[in-house]
Design a protein around this ligand. Structure first.
Ligand code: BGC
Length: 801
């Protein structure tokens, strides 16, 4: 495609979408393509559909947080191909996923869409996914680039992350995937990073992504995230999605004409859109088939296989498996109305979801069932609770095992809102406790997109974490409980004992736009492990019905390239799979560094008694740190212990390597930023603001302090309403319109909550441009003027003057 042949008007048109899900065709001149969510199934919608959850029927696979626990790259590739097969059938060209943001806090409402707290694992899995989808001729969109770690004020908050942490943690998974899988598109996130919105962040999109990492694909904005198209195009963003109802096109024209946005940048962006459409278009003569029943059936079996490999057995004193499949009592309305996915833009409409009682019956159990609690509220329903307790007592008298199903509900976590509590809902916790105190043979089956307080479950004899395991969660669960399937999932994140123990608790989701990532590198296990903070379940942990032995380690080294070889033997009496993990223990230094880091892994399936040789190449950056002084990685000399084991800290084999090819790098961080070091053995570091400021090395932002006179279209209606009566009225009207549109749903329904959060906390620009043109732009301008104290000008604007 020669960009010289494209008219100026067409170029302007091409860089914004056509409707919600298509690129522009410029009146039929160019081929356009369909983009759809993603990531754990296909959420195809027709353009005119307004409600998030009304999409075409498709297979709902386990969500990212679940499938990550399989640590099975082949299986992730299979799942990706399964989703791609449905995209192909529906003639969707680009799948909006995977999401590879790093989990900063277990309470992020959207953690279920992300893989891990570890960038090596997240990047490896994202690369598998992208390569597999793209091998099928469907493009992907790696999201949300970058530093998008919370849902609270997600559209306006500024993630303040020091450069080393950005590089080693928050950008690392993206970098890995860009280099190893070249995703067709990358989605720039809503938030600001170090002061600038991701879509307008030239450092992020051009200096790092394109110039340093060599990215050749297209950058698309998250839906409604582009609030200044001219600046976004100049910064390296190619496509604004969705169509902004023409709101931004005029501004872009003005910016190009004035030279604020270069023609070169516009050419790049328009050409990237044309090239993407050319590469991923469907031929005109290709017949649309749609997703067939056969395809849904095939993918349902695949979804089940993935769920079986992803569930994590966290505790088992030997009660599981329930081999004789006698009578069981199931308690928990989440067993009947199973939670198998999260809410928001990844919401899938599967053809069929089996309930747990049905699945256990099908597995050969005789099932008694009690609701026990309501999952749409967290207050106790006395009558349900009473019946469940009585049933549990009876079960005890008759020696019938009790399975309690519970965990996080749709109301506790979802896109657009973070969790308010680390615990499971109060009604469930209370009931669980009452039953556990009475009943010795209790098994806890947990749902949720993220870790929660598992202390109550200590009273159970076994705990099986099913995460959000997709449409086939029930048969997969019944298979594991019965022993037909041997569980092999291992945690891709840590389960801390309490929220108080988490590293980002001081600054996470505090309803401020100025978010300091004070804990820096110390997130997830990097924090707990380095500072010896006891956790409930460690990163990489998961049990099996069999046992594995590790022997014969060999470390093969060529400079800093290291490969480890060892044998794993299934020493038990049932077949099973083991996720062998390799951590590198860093030597002690005076600069900040995690104690141990995951540098390689492999999942191996072994029949009972079988032995296999496992060979793992360690991450290329195993001995490196990012040096901000020279803006590059540096290999640090020293003695490193290569630890091979079945989870973080469960070291079965180890070998030490002495790295001499790098530098004797040392820096006295201990004196300069003392907050990142524990004062004494056994103490926790404080991550104080002073140390953070020095680490961050630039001014802290103060977006919260915007004053009248400084407001613009990038402020939220919620903020503007605090300073403008007109703003207050508009906010009220828009919210009541949203409630009316969703009148069949309660106000705390996840879909409704997500929409209302976006109206209150999204930029005014987003509300106007995504509102389908319902709100005139001059009304928005009038709100901004009035919040800035310019009442007369606001009135004039309202009347179009
Ligand atoms: C989400 C994206 C999603 C897009 C389109 C946004 O609100 O953040 O992940 O792909 O909507 O549905």
């Amino acid at each position: 495609m020669d960009i010289k042949e494209v008219s100026f008007e067409d170029k302007l048109r091409l860089v914004t979408g056509q409707g919600k899900w298509h690129t522009a065709d410029c009146g039929g001149k160019y081929k356009n393509i369909h983009l759809s969510d993603g990531p754990h199934g296909l959420r195809k919608q027709d353009e005119e559909v307004m409600q998030n959850n009304l999409s075409y029927t498709s297979t709902c696979f386990p969500t990212a947080s679940a499938v990550a626990c399989s640590w099975d790259t082949d299986l992730i590739a299979k799942m990706a191909k399964g989703i791609a097969s449905e995209a192909k059938a529906e003639q969707v060209s680009i799948l909006l996923g995977p999401g590879t943001n790093i989990k900063r806090s277990p309470t992020c409402g959207r953690n279920f869409e992300y893989f891990s707290e570890d960038p090596y694992l997240a990047g490896t899995l994202a690369s598998e996914y992208v390569n597999a989808v793209q091998e099928e001729g469907i493009g992907t969109s790696l999201k949300h680039f970058a530093g998008n770690s919370q849902e609270t004020l997600r559209m306006t908050q500024n993630s303040m992350i020091d450069e080393r942490t950005l590089r080693e943690i928050y950008l690392r998974a993206f970098e890995k995937c860009v280099k190893e899988a070249a995703p067709a598109t990358i989605m720039a996130s809503y938030n600001r990073i170090n002061g600038q919105y991701a879509c307008r962040n030239k450092w992020l999109l051009t200096d790092v992504l394109r110039n340093e990492w060599g990215y050749k694909g297209l950058v698309v904005s998250d839906w409604g995230a582009c609030n200044d198209l001219g600046e976004a195009v100049e910064a390296g963003c190619d496509l604004e999605m969705p169509d902004s109802n023409g709101f931004h096109a005029g501004n872009l024209k003005r910016d190009v004409e004035s030279g604020k946005t270069s023609m070169e940048a516009l050419d790049r962006a328009a050409l990237n859109v044309l090239n993407l459409a050319e590469k991923y278009k469907y031929p005109d003569d290709e017949k649309y088939v749609g997703i067939t029943k056969e395809l849904l059936d095939t993918n349902a079996s695949l979804a089940r296989q993935i769920a079986e490999n992803s569930a994590v057995l966290l505790k088992n004193d030997g009660i599981l498996p329930l081999k004789d499949k006698g009578e069981i009592l199931i308690i928990g309305s989440m067993a009947k109305d199973v939670r198998y996915q999260g809410g928001g833009s990844s919401h899938i409409k599967p053809p069929f979801v089996m309930s747990m009682p049905e699945a256990f019956e099908a597995e050969g159990f005789k099932v008694r069932y009690e609701d026990g609690y309501r999952s749409d509220v967290d207050i106790v329903d006395i009558s349900l609770e009473k019946k469940a307790i009585e049933a549990a007592k009876k079960a005890k008298e008759e020696s019938i095992p009790v399975l309690f199903f519970g965990g996080l509900t749709d109301f506790s976590e979802g896109e657009g809102y973070d969790r308010k509590s680390f615990s499971m809902p109060e009604n469930q916790e209370k009931l669980f406790d009452k039953i556990a105190t009475e009943n010795q043979d209790l098994i806890f089956v947990a749902f949720g997109g993220s870790p929660f307080d598992m202390k109550p479950a200590d009273k159970a004899r076994a705990t099986l974490m099913m995460y959000l395991c997709g449409e086939s969660v029930a048969p997969a669960c019944a298979g594991i409980i019965s022993g037909k399937v041997n569980p092999s999932g291992k945690l891709a994140e840590t389960f801390p004992f309490s929220y108080e123990d988490t590293p980002a608790k001081e600054t996470y989701a505090k309803y401020t736009k100025d978010v300091e990532y004070r804990e820096a590198l110390f997130i997830g296990y990097r924090y707990y492990d380095t500072f010896n903070i006891p956790v409930h379940f460690k990163f990489g942990f998961g049990m099996s019905y069999t046992t594995f032995e590790y022997t014969n380690p060999v470390v093969v080294r060529n400079g800093t390239k290291v490969k480890v070889r060892f044998d794993v033997t299934n020493t038990g009496s049932v077949d099973g799979a083991e996720v062998a993990q390799v951590y590198v223990k860093n030597s002690n230094h005076d600069f900040i560094r995690a104690a141990r880091e995951l540098r390689g892994f492999k999942k191996v399936f072994l029949k009972a008694g079988e032995k296999a040789e496992v060979s793992i190449c360690l991450d290329d950056r195993s001995f490196d740190i990012y040096d901000v002084a020279r803006h590059d990685y540096v290999t640090v000399n020293g003695a490193y212990e290569i630890q091979i084991g079945s989870c973080l800290g469960d070291v079965r084999l180890s070998e030490t390597v002495d790295i001499t090819e790098g530098e004797d790098f040392n820096r006295d961080d201990r004196a300069f930023i003392p907050g990142y070091f524990a004062k004494a053995e056994g103490e926790r570091p404080k991550f104080d603001e002073e140390s953070f400021k020095k680490l961050y090395g630039r001014e802290l932002s103060r977006f919260d302090d915007t004053k009248p006179g400084e407001f613009d279209m990038c402020n939220s209606l919620g903020d503007l309403a605090k300073h403008s009566l007109l703003g207050k009225i508009v906010l009220k009207l828009v919210i009541s319109f949203a409630y009316r549109m969703m009148k069949d749903k309660p106000k705390d329904d996840p879909e409704v909550m997500m929409m209302v959060e976006a109206i209150k906390d999204g930029t005014l620009d987003l509300v106007l441009s995504e509102g389908g043109g319902a709100l005139p732009y001059n009304l928005g301008e009038a709100v901004v003027l009035s919040a800035n104290g310019k009442k007369l000008k606001a009135i004039a604007k309202l009347f179009g003057k």
